[in-house]
Write a protein that binds this ligand. Structure first.
Ligand code: BGC
Length: 764
């Protein structure tokens, strides 16, 4: 049936629909936890009334720990030896209210306590006695604390499609971060990773909105628990608000051009869910959208974030971003102008983080009437509220005894479980995998013997290249040698250079199977910008050399983004995607290769085949048209959601409770999944829906539901999804959430099923 365009929802109807809570999947006003605690509000107002302007601008300032340490920032005399004079100047004279990170170092939790206890002690010497809010990037576990439990990076966590694991990861990280005396975590990343070139793709939950919404909310729940003041909770930060991940160039912090409609449909919902889940803070996108840097854009910082989305927590800048309005973006003629622009646009706290000019200039701006006192009071109120919510006014020190599970086996097993479920089997020609324990094996490749490469960026140091990383955890080579009986390890190649050519050829001739571990070295942000998405030539050469010897190849990819492998994929019988699996990665990979673990990861992004075809799964119909006008232009290496198992899952034909969807009434889709293979396994059932015709060109399909289930050999289960109109809505040409009457098709496994949406008389 052709869609009747007369039924496009008009504004009045939409309003009515919105009121009924259906129109906008990102309804802002439904979080009871956000109701202000009146008593606290009074306390904060009283506290605020006693603060001087110096106190207030100090509260709005965040400096890096380097600014309190002996030596110069980035060139410390000794890693973070506190400088008593600087402590006085920064915390007492300037009254700076927040400190962050430690960039190039990681410490034992004992040392963290020493540092932070001293900071809090000195902060108490100022008249207001307001405690310091310490923040850190604990993005895959408490990655700046030595021996802490390290998890797979976010993209790998997304590949589990298991929200319970995201929540558990959040719980453990909160526990171990508070055990390090740190109450505020700059995580999760809620940007969607839709461009494989982008160097922070691995910090995201991948390319899909629904997957990122579910995983992000679960992680925030894990971080924040039921009570922020609990000694096992940390405040989460939704970052980077918003549209950070989709630059034109694919390079970090370059220009983005994003239509509002796209922002609303693809970016906003993830942040809206996080707000509704009670996220305590937000970090702002360092980039510019449509020519306006986000840090000085009141349409985004005030109208969208506050007025429309209802966020009440603290908005912190990203690193040095106010200064960059002047020095990089060139929209402010001076640093002082930049401060006025961003504070007036809605920034509460500036991650300055390496100058002491900021609070002085902000004070001047208030005295000159350029920044109104009301804006300052609003920002400081939010910051004090967050400090109060975290219980910092009562207690900033927690004894080690309160954290018996720090770096425990219990925590390690949670991380191991997440890693096992992340590993994604992309190809398994002739069931080469799993391998028997006595397979004569060559193990090689640049990622085969490095714990750093398994963990990636933000591990002990910002770029993750910590050369002192203690090797209590195995590398792939070490884990494989423990798991298999006949492993000959020859490195064979650095990231960009072949080595030991002859040794490789010799070892390949003797081996039955070569496990070749390729991928990327560690990086994040600018240093991770790429000029070429292809895997470096030397790595491809390694595979070709081995293939020439007739050895069967298992390719293991340890990488934060999908580097192109189309040249070598046909030479490999099996391909295992490990992403950046973290400290437990080697064990999980070897368990998958030997068959102790049945892989259940699914790609959270489309793995591209060619650099000029970087389509996501939810591309448009016109993207499918090839040079010959056939509909075959979308030929990724592997599709979003793809991932094989050692067992076999059969999808029954799905059934619908009704083939007609009506307003205010969900329909139920049921599908029976059976494990007809030879072993137990887990499968993520994915529900996609295609809107056949719409006034805004519809995507070929969109993910509208998923559920991961485990099935024993021979077992079957019925999985149910409910679909309502809000699940199918899109943002129309008037920038409003909308659903139009007409035909839809749902897709589950190999099956497709049509249904129709009929608008009620009321909604017409
Ligand atoms: C990154 C943020 C991070 C901040 C503090 C910035 O460079 O973009 O994601 O939270 O540094 O380390």
């Amino acid at each position: 049936m052709k869609k009747n365009f007369n039924y496009i929802i008009g504004f009045a109807l939409l309003l009515a629909w919105t009121l009924s809570g259906l129109a906008n999947p990102c309804n802002a006003n439904n979080n009871p936890e956000k109701k202000q605690n009146k008593k606290q509000a009074k306390q904060i107002a009283k506290m605020l009334s006693k603060l001087s302007l110096e106190d207030k601008v100090g509260e709005m300032t965040q400096l890096t720990l380097d600014m309190l340490s002996v030596g110069e920032p980035f060139n410390l005399k000794k890693p973070h030896e506190l400088d008593e004079q600087k402590l006085q100047e920064v915390l007492v004279d300037l009254k700076v209210g927040s400190i962050l990170n430690c960039g190039g170092h990681s410490y034992t939790r004992e040392y963290w306590h020493e540092i932070i206890d001293r900071i809090q002690e000195v902060a108490k010497q100022k008249e207001s006695k307001i405690p310091v809010l310490y923040g850190i990037d604990a993005i895959h576990g408490t990655n700046y604390t030595r021996d802490a439990t390290l998890f797979p990076q976010q993209i790998a966590l997304a590949a589990t499609w298991n929200t319970n694991l995201a929540e558990s990861m959040g719980r453990v990280t909160a526990y171990e971060t508070r055990a390090s005396a740190i109450p505020w975590n700059f995580s999760p990343v809620l940007d969607i990773g839709r461009d494989p070139r982008w160097p922070r793709l691995w910090e995201t939950f991948g390319e899909d909105v629904l997957l990122a919404r579910r995983m992000g909310t679960a992680m925030i729940k894990g971080y924040q628990g039921d009570d922020l003041a609990d000694s096992k909770s940390v405040a989460a930060t939704m970052k980077h608000f918003l549209g950070y991940s989709i630059t034109l160039t694919g390079k970090d912090r370059t220009q983005a051009w994003i239509p509002n409609r796209y922002i609303k449909e693809y970016y906003q919902p993830i942040f809206q869910d996080a707000i509704d889940a009670g996220a305590a803070s937000v970090m702002i996108n360092s980039g510019e959208i449509n020519g306006i840097p986000v840090h000085c854009n009141p349409d985004i910082l005030q109208t969208l974030l506050r007025d429309e989305m209802g966020f009440e927590g603290v908005a912190v800048t990203d690193w040095e971003d106010i200064k960059y309005l002047h020095s990089r973006h060139k929209v402010a003629a001076s640093y002082k102008d930049a401060i006025a622009m961003s504070i007036n646009a809605g920034i509460d706290l500036s991650m300055v983080p390496i100058d002491t000019e900021y609070p002085k200039l902000l004070k001047e701006l208030v005295e000159e009437g350029v920044v109104p006192m009301s804006r300052i009071d609003e920002a400081v109120t939010r910051i004090l509220q967050m400090k109060m919510d975290l219980g910092l006014f009562e207690k900033t020190h927690f004894d080690h005894d309160e954290y018996p599970d720090f770096a425990s086996e219990k925590h390690r097993l949670i991380s191991l479980e997440a890693t096992r479920e992340a590993i994604t089997l992309l190809k398994n020609e002739g069931n080469l995998l799993p391998l028997s324990k006595d397979t004569p094996m060559l193990l090689c490749g640049p990622t085969a013997n490095s714990l750093n490469y398994l963990n990636g960026g933000w591990t002990h140091t910002w770029q993750g290249a910590d050369s002192t990383f203690n090797h209590q955890k195995p590398t792939i080579a070490e884990a494989m040698k423990a798991e298999f009986q006949s492993v000959s390890f020859v490195s064979g190649a650095e990231m960009k250079e072949l080595s030991n050519k002859e040794a490789i050829i010799e070892a390949a001739k003797k081996a039955k199977v070569a496990v070749v571990c390729l991928g990327e070295s560690t990086y994040t942000e600018k240093p991770g910008d790429l000029d070429d998405l292809d895997l470096p030539a030397a790595q491809k050469e390694l595979v070709k050399m081995i293939a020439e010897q007739g050895t069967r190849i298992v390719l293991v990819l340890v990488e934060g983004r999908p580097r192109l492998v189309h040249e070598i994929e046909p030479l490999c019988d099996a391909v295992v995607m490990a992403y950046l699996p973290g400290n437990e990665g080697a064990q999980a990979i070897s368990e998958v290769l030997v068959g102790k673990v049945n892989p259940s990861g699914k790609l959270p992004f489309t793995y591209p085949r060619f650099a000029n075809s970087l389509l996501t799964y939810d591309h448009k119909h016109t993207d499918r048209i090839s040079q010959t006008f056939s509909l075959e232009a979308f030929q990724p290496q592997w599709e979003f959601g793809h991932g094989l198992s050692y067992t076999k899952f059969d999808y029954g034909k799905p059934s619908l409770s009704s083939s007609v969807l009506e307003d205010n009434k969900a329909i139920t889709v049921s599908v029976e999944l059976s494990n007809t293979g030879e072993q137990e396994g887990k499968e993520t059932v994915q529900l996609f829906v295609s809107d056949e015709y719409a006034s805004v060109t519809p995507s070929v399909k969109r993910l509208r539901g998923f559920e991961k289930i485990g099935l024993k050999k021979g077992e079957s289960k019925v999985v149910e999804f409910k679909i309502s109109t809000r699940d199918l809505a899109f943002v129309n040409k008037d920038n409003e959430w909308s659903i139009e009457q007409g035909d839809f098709t749902l897709h589950i496994g190999p099956h497709s099923l049509p249904f129709t949406y009929n608008k009620s008389e009321q909604q017409k």
